[in-house]
Design a protein around this ligand. Structure first.
Ligand SMILES: Cc1cc2nc3c(=O)[nH]c(=O)nc-3n(C[C@H](O)[C@H](O)[C@H](O)COP(=O)(O)OP(=O)(O)OC[C@H]3O[C@@H](n4cnc5c(N)ncnc54)[C@H](O)[C@@H]3O)c2cc1C
Length: 186
């Protein structure tokens, strides 16, 4: 199968380029080894903002009395981390489906696989070789461990494990304390 463009990586760089390529009539294939939407949609921008909204909502409800709203007992409020995570996962999957919809609409094909460039016009993935006129490398970046010793008992090596936390990873009203983060680790 001959493509005009193979995009490796479906993060913001890759998926937008693929949509545009499809719109202009290029026969396009996107290959990503993980999730549609890359870091931004699955771990970074989107889920963190969704969780921030949960934190903001908690604070607002807690302060409702100051705004003239009665009947809410701030002491009775509690935070359901699993529920916030569930909502976040819902937002992520909705947006992810949105990207796939746009790809389909513009004739862009998608393959979930590790891609390897084997020549200027060939990409290997899923035990197949795809011929293409152009290749767009949109594979993002990797975390680099800071060479500083802060003696913090946190996992700074990676930002991705947070979606596995069983409990709330830090105070949602802004008071971050290392001990309650630590106790939430899986
Ligand atoms: C916690 C956090 C919060 C953030 N918040 C914001 C924010 O609010 N606003 C903002 O603008 N930015 C934010 N960012 C940054 C943003 O996520 C990145 O700038 C953005 O994701 C980069 O997009 P990208 O397409 O270049 O790469 P990525 O999103 O990293 O996508 C690269 C994709 O390539 C795939 N890939 C890599 N190698 C291969 C291969 N060999 N074969 C197949 N697939 C491969 C990966 O699986 C991945 O899906 C945040 C980042 C983090 C970590």
């Amino acid at each position: 199968m001959q493509y005009d463009l193979i995009v490796i990586g479906s993060g913001p760089a890759g998926y937008v380029a693929a949509i545009r390529a499809g719109q202009t009539g290029l026969k396009t294939l996107v290959i990503d080894r993980k999730y549609v939407g890359g870091m931004c949609l699955n771990w970074g921008c989107i889920p963190t903002k969704s969780l921030l909204e949960s934190a903001k909502m908690m604070r607002k409800v807690r302060q409702a009395g100051d705004f003239g709203i009665s009947g809410i007992d701030p002491e009775a409020l509690s935070f359901d981390w699993q529920k916030a995570l569930q909502r976040t996962n819902g937002v992520v999957s909705k947006l992810s489906r949105g990207i796939e919809f746009l790809w389909k609409k513009h004739g862009v094909e998608y393959l979930k696989a590790e891609a390897k460039i084997i020549s200027a016009n060939q990409v290997q993935a899923d035990n197949r070789i795809f011929e293409t006129k152009n290749i767009l490398i949109a594979t993002g970046s990797k975390t680099r461990e800071a060479k500083i010793s802060l003696r913090l008992p946190l996992n700074w090596k990676s930002y991705t494990p947070w979606r596995n936390y069983r409990r709330i990873p830090c105070s949602m009203d802004g008071e971050q304390t290392w001990w309650n983060w630590r106790s939430s680790l899986p």
